[in-house]
Design a protein around this ligand. Structure first.
Ligand code: GDP
Ligand code: MG
Length: 295
């Protein structure tokens, strides 16, 4: 039996369900999902294992024109990853994306990368069956895809086919990571991502580009029953700090509670979470602070 393994880049316009797909694939929350576009800043690796294969997924931020330095660092990592992978998995939403600028840019990058590409058309739970065929038809004209698979990342539809299609195209290779390792990200990183996700869900404000979360302390008690976390939410302006704290601290309490529940679920531990908000001016356009915050 030949062991198969490879790196798979998940690319696609913002908000089409890339993170949801990765999470569903791995059966564990790793990438953050959000009703707002462009919340994934980092390359998040997820590892999927079977007895005879290993797939290493990279969840890339959308490839599209850059605005700030932060965007550039996000887009840079997305482009770099395409040249390093064995398979590119392009995820799109429904037809509104067929002729979008985002998609044009991605297809250009796909052609330049010259790697086998599989197209997953996501969110098929939202359309009528008879509209699917014409949709597949129009996507098939855009690029020479190895295969086109309709899926619903939210409901797990089409995953068997997708898994089989990906597996078929894996080259022979080693098990790059031990099977129990499902992500290369530290616990600190996962926790920061969860807190960030809760900030977006709760505030519903334009904070994504101007906030960052850093886990400053993480400790377990001696019995290993309680996880103590101290995290700082960095924002650019005092007004944003006020927004996150909320009236009488109501907002930060909600963010903290939501985050704590999710962290407890993922780590199967009781969690004590302490959150602080600090203003750090212009961090998103300052390379040095970007580097310090791990972007
Ligand atoms: P990303 O920006 O491509 O990583 O997209 P996300 O994974 O963050 O998902 C964006 C939004 O689409 C979230 O609100 C998801 O719950 C939603 N979503 C993802 N997959 C599906 C799906 O198959 N069906 C439906 N109806 N919604 C989905
Ligand atoms: Mg995402």
């Amino acid at each position: 039996m030949t062991f198969l393994s490879g790196f798979i880049a998940i690319v696609g316009p913002p908000n089409v369900g890339k993170s949801t797909l990765l999470n569903e694939f791995l059966g564990q929350k790793i990438a953050i999902t959000s009703p707002k576009p462009q919340t994934t800043r980092n390359r998040i690796m997820g590892v999927y294992n079977e007895d005879d294969c290993q797939m290493v997924f990279i969840d890339t931020p959308g490839i599209h024109p850059t605005r700030s330095l932060l965007h550039k660092s996000m887009v840079g990592s997305a482009k770099a990853s395409l040249g390093e992978v064995d398979i590119i998995l392009l995820v799109v939403g429904l037809e509104e994306a067929v002729y979008s600028d985002d998609l044009k840019i991605i297809l250009g990058a796909l052609r330049r990368a010259g790697k086998p590409a599989i197209l997953a058309i996501n969110k098929i739970d939202l359309i009528k069956k008879e509209r699917l065929l014409p949709l597949i038809e129009s996507y098939s004209k855009l690029h020479c895809f190895e295969s086109i698979i309709p899926i619903s990342a939210l409901y797990g539809d089409g995953f068997e086919t997708l898994r089989a299609e990906l597996k078929k195209r894996l080259p022979p290779g080693p098990r790059f990571f031990p099977p129990e390792m499902r992500t290369d990200k530290s616990e600190e990183f996962l926790i920061a991502e969860i807190i960030r996700e809760k900030i977006y869900h709760e505030t519903r404000e334009e904070l994504p580009y101007s906030s960052a979360v850093v886990v400053e302390r993480l400790g377990e008690d001696t019995e290993g029953n309680l996880l103590t976390i101290m995290a700082v939410i960095y924002v650019e302006k005092a007004s944003q700090k006020g927004m996150i704290i909320g009236k009488n601290g109501s907002m930060i309490k909600r963010i903290g509670r939501e985050a704590r529940i999710e962290i407890e679920r993922i780590f199967s531990l009781k969690v004590y979470l302490e959150l602080f908000v600090k203003v750090q001016k212009k961090w998103s356009s300052d390379t040095r602070s970007l580097r310090r915050l791990g972007y």
